[in-house]
Design a protein around this ligand. Structure first.
Ligand SMILES: Nc1nc2c(c(=O)[nH]1)N[C@@H](CN(C=O)c1ccc(C(=O)N[C@@H](CCC(=O)O)C(=O)O)cc1)CN2
Length: 287
């Protein structure tokens, strides 16, 4: 193996220590961070992620409430719950786990969350703030990726960064964050011609597609930083990323594993965003 491993598990553990300390300080001041997590239905992967989020909150000393709703919950019932959480002063952050069951309109639900409590950073107001270079809440996965890049010491100014996957949750905000750090960014999508040529140019390659092992070592520039956002469950029950780790690690300079890479960082940045929500609410009270 030539590449150095970027362990999300390790980085997350060290960031969570500082987060816990700040949570204890805020709690002592009478502002215990509060995160409400909403899950609709019984998607097994979502259940795992939500459980891990609630667990991480508890460990960090946050007050977390879990709202588990039946798969046939109506749009009106879900909006009513979000409305109640918006009004609750003990709740600083609200997260509705995605994907929602098909009969629910995710866009309307996200827009119903008060933007100052949208710790996922998915609300159009927060997406706009990020786009215009004044981020309030940065979506957790791209935020975590930026922390991982910081750890490698890679200089993003003038670097060629290629992001594969143009979702609102990962690809688009990731491209914005890289651009804001001075990288020259290419955002690839499912229609991109000659994906390999784009990948081969990348000093920093972020892959968020959801297709097991689609990026192989021969598509990677020697020494590149490769960040694998994909989490795919194979028929044998094992998890794998969008990058073929075995061949990629022989070419890359740095690489993230799956599991234990970007996933744990996503949850950590959710805690960080919730802290930022508390800090802003205190500032607002004082103003
Ligand atoms: N409201 C949101 N919904 C979703 C988000 C999100 O950020 N906000 N992101 C993804 C899923 N996700 C967080 O919710 C998430 C995915 C994976 C992990 C993680 O820690 N993965 C572990 C493996 C866990 C396993 O055994 O399955 C790892 O990679 O090591 C955390 C969060 C979609 N929905």
């Amino acid at each position: 193996m030539t590449a150095q491993l970027i362990s999300g598990t390790q980085l997350a553990a060290s960031l969570r220590e500082s987060i816990s300390q700040e949570a204890a300080r805020l709690t002592a001041l009478g502002h215990q961070p509060g995160l409400a997590v909403v899950l609709v239905g019984e998607d097994p992967a979502s259940q795992v992620y939500v459980r891990n989020k609630v667990e991480a909150c508890k460990k960090a000393g946050f007050n977390s409430s879990m709202h588990q709703l039946a798969a046939d919950t109506t749009q009106a019932e879900l909006l009513e719950l979000v409305h109640r959480l918006n009004e609750d002063p003990a709740v600083h952050g609200i997260l509705v786990q995605l994907p929602l069951p098909a009969h629910l309109d995710s866009h309307l639900v996200i827009e119903s969350i008060a933007s100052e409590k949208d710790v996922d950073g998915f609300h159009v107001s927060n997406a706009g703030m990020l786009m215009t270079g004044k981020p309030q809440f940065i979506p957790c996965t791209p935020y975590g990726v930026m922390k991982m890049l910081e750890l490698t010491g890679v200089n993003l100014r003038g670097a060629e960064a290629v992001v594969i996957g143009a979702s609102n949750i990962v690809g688009k905000p990731q491209a914005m964050l890289l651009l804001q750090q001075g990288a020259t960014v290419t955002l690839c999508n499912s229609k991109t011609r000659d994906l390999k040529a784009h990948c081969k140019r990348a000093d920093v390659l972020v892959v968020a597609v959801g297709r097991p092992n689609m990026i192989t070592g021969d598509m990677i520039k020697p020494g590149a930083v490769v960040i694998d956002v994909g989490i795919n469950r194979l028929d044998n029950g094992k998890l794998c990323g969008d990058v073929d780790f075995e061949s990629a690690k022989e070419v890359a300079g740095w690489i993230t594993p799956v599991p234990g890479g970007v996933g744990p960082m996503t949850i950590t940045m959710l805690l960080q965003n919730t802290l930022e929500a508390v800090q802003r609410s205190i500032e607002q009270e004082r103003a």
